[in-house]
Design a protein around this ligand. Structure first.
Ligand code: NAI
Ligand code: NAD
Ligand code: ISE
Length: 334
């Protein structure tokens, strides 16, 4: 029987995921939506023949909702995930799981108390073909041990609501998870550098920012986060190993030769750059629930990323290298 999905947050990515569930993925369909933007969500509910709920809590409690997707603003994630756990319902939560490590810890504690993995975090880079190839090369030691990673996370523009801390909490959080997953290692320290700023930013956003992470075995990672780069949505991850380097290519299916130039396009946004990763992420999420074997990024992964995120915030504020230490991982996640 197809799973009935309730989606909280019908903004940019909420709409994308709803289409994905209804039109691409097998085994599930959206029966309910909720958003504080009542008019827009009600209109959407009518279009897709779903029920509109005034609050996320009512949606979660509804017998017409078997599983929950949280795609509302970052600060709202924690309360909806906790509510879904309270009802024993599987919940897919877009990143970040919560806006600090204390919030993520409350979710981990609630899930451990429930005694069952119910939460999956929207770290979709793990489902991207490029990252999967990087991971395979690292795991098989094809080029020896990884030593250094050079990474960049660039967005074309960010609006006035995007503030300095969001470079990590909302954007760099993807790398905090993806690189830990790639290397299968936790981080031990974070340093942040605030370089010369672009004239395209605003008063409340330092842009770009640079992060240096060190892992348990001493791998060093440099990550540039630049959210007003103007030219496109650009993701780089070059892994330097003992006998070779392996890095992401920009996905492109065609090239253009014209007017004396030979070029390929850069993706304009995250929707385009990671479309296949999001599709695959949802296909596997639904399948894993049907087979009772949830196997995507866990609440513990969300917590580990958030501990690092907090350390980055401290490193930015103090200008100092900040140590990172995770507590013992609960048995539920081993
Ligand atoms: P958005 O601003 O377009 O949509 C957010 C929606 O949440 C809005 O419709 C808003 O009205 C609604 N909302 C806010 N508070 C709410 C509440 N308490 N209850 C119900 N609805 C509420 O934002 P966008 O870009 O769709 O991002 C949503 C989430 O998805 C964010 O957490 C973001 O970090 C994440 N995201 C993840 C991406 C990825 O690559 N995995 C890409 C884009 C967003
Ligand atoms: P958005 O602003 O377009 O949408 C957010 C929606 O949440 C809005 O419709 C807003 O009205 C609604 N909302 C806010 N508070 C709410 C509440 N309390 N209850 C219900 N709805 C509420 O933002 P977005 O770009 O769609 O991002 C949404 C989430 O998805 C964010 O957490 C973001 O970090 C994440 N995101 C992830 C990726 C990714 O690559 N994985 C990409 C984009 C966004
Ligand atoms: C957005 O929420 C995402 O998650 C995108 O993947 C990221 O590139 C962007 O910076 C975020 O705002």
């Amino acid at each position: 029987m197809d799973l009935k999905v309730g989606v909280i947050g019908t903004g940019a990515i909420g709409i994308e995921h709803i289409k994905r569930i209804n039109e691409k993925v097998q085994g599930a369909y959206v029966t309910a939506v909720s958003d504080i933007n009542v008019e827009q969500a009600q209109r959407l509910a009518n279009q897709i023949d779903a029920v509109f709920f005034e609050t996320g809590e009512e949606l979660i409690a509804s017998p017409d909702v078997a599983i929950v997707v949280v795609t509302s603003w970052d600060p709202t994630h924690e309360k909806y995930v906790l509510e879904a756990i309270k009802h024993g319902k599987y919940v897919f939560c877009e990143k970040p799981l919560a806006t600090d490590s204390a919030g993520c810890k409350r979710i981990v504690d609630a899930e451990v108390k429930a005694g069952k993995k119910l939460v999956q975090v929207g770290f979709m880079r793990r489902y991207d073909r490029g990252y999967i190839e990087l991971k395979e090369a690292i795991e098989t030691k094809k080029f020896g041990e990884p030593l250094m990673l050079h990474c960049a996370h660039r967005n074309p523009t960010a609006d006035e609501n995007y503030l300095t801390p969001m470079a990590i909490i909302n954007t760099g959080i993807h790398e905090l998870d993806a690189l830990r997953w790639l290397l299968q290692e936790d981080y031990v320290s974070a340093q942040m550098i605030l370089p010369k700023q672009t004239s395209f930013t605003h008063e409340k956003l330092h842009d770009p920012q640079m992060l240096i992470l060190e892992t348990v075995s001493g791998v060093h990672i440099d990550l540039e986060i630049f959210v007003n780069c103007q030219f496109g949505y650009d993701i780089k991850c070059d892994v330097v190993c003992e006998t070779g380097e392996i890095g992401l290519e920009d996905p492109a299916y065609t090239h253009v030769k014209a007017k004396g130039k030979n070029y390929t396009k850069i993706a304009p946004d995250w929707q385009t750059r990671f479309v296949e990763a999001y599709d695959y992420e949802f296909e596997l999420w639904i399948r894993s629930i049907q087979t009772g074997n949830l196997n995507g990024p866990t609440a513990w992964d969300g917590y580990a990323a958030a501990v690092t995120m907090d350390a980055c915030g401290k490193a930015r504020d103090t200008g100092e290298r900040t140590l990172i230490q995770l507590p013992e991982c609960p048995a539920l996640y081993k």
